[in-house]
Write a protein that binds this ligand. Structure first.
Ligand code: ADP
Length: 189
């Protein structure tokens, strides 16, 4: 099994690059943001809860997020591997993911971290708001909050995987194809 974490701040291009990686490496894509948005659309209880945090640029609480992610993994017993996009976003989520995978005799192969300067992130998110319909992209104050939360709570997750020798930084500025090539180089055959 090949389990990858695609890591990076909001607007780094995780969703865009996941689409290619999933196809190329035959992985199951689990984006916690996408799953929350599907729940909002479906007006589930989880969606209502998640929406109140997401619209303010805050993280959905760990217990809810971890439980949801684990149940999504368990829906794919035949998977050749997973690409985790937007998870783990806190050190508690990282510890839970490691323990959960270990219980299945699995592990994270690598964390691929897209590195993009903050100014570029803000430009991309505001541009994405034009088409995404995402309220959290349309408001500069919410964008700033998401970046601040990333720096405070999510960036430390990289240290966790760096210590395990699994961190690979990838320059996330350039054309989509360039960045895809950098990722495939890093992942290898
Ligand atoms: P982006 O990377 O552009 O911020 P996502 O779709 O990954 O977009 O996430 C959107 C929002 O969903 C986050 O701001 C947060 O509120 C919530 N969310 C997504 N993943 C997680 C997670 N692992 N833990 C807590 N909240 C999350």
């Amino acid at each position: 099994m090949r389990n990858l974490i695609l890591f990076g701040p909001p607007g780094a291009g995780k969703g865009t690059q996941s689409a290619f990686l999933v196809e190329h490496y035959n992985l199951v894509h689990l984006s916690t943001g996408d799953i929350f948005r599907a729940n909002i659309k479906g007006q589930t209880e989880l969606g209502t809860l998640a929406q109140s945090y997401m619209n303010q640029g805050q993280l959905v609480p760990d217990d809810v997020t971890i439980r949801m992610l684990e149940s999504e993994v368990d829906k794919h017993p035949e998977a050749a591997g997973f690409i985790f996009d937007g998870f783990p976003r806190t050190t508690a989520q990282a510890a839970a993911l490691d323990a959960f995978l270990e219980g299945k005799g699995q592990t994270i192969a690598a964390m691929l971290a897209l590195e993009v300067p903050e100014d570029e992130l803000k430009t991309r998110l505001l541009a994405r708001a034009e088409t995404s319909g995402r309220p959290d992209d349309a408001d500069p104050a919410v964008i700033q909050k998401r970046i601040d939360v990333y720096n405070a709570e999510t960036a430390p997750v990289a240290d966790h995987y760096r210590a395990a020798g699994k961190y690979q930084g990838i320059d996330g500025v350039g054309s989509i194809a360039d960045i895809t090539a950098r990722l495939t180089n890093a992942i290898g055959a």
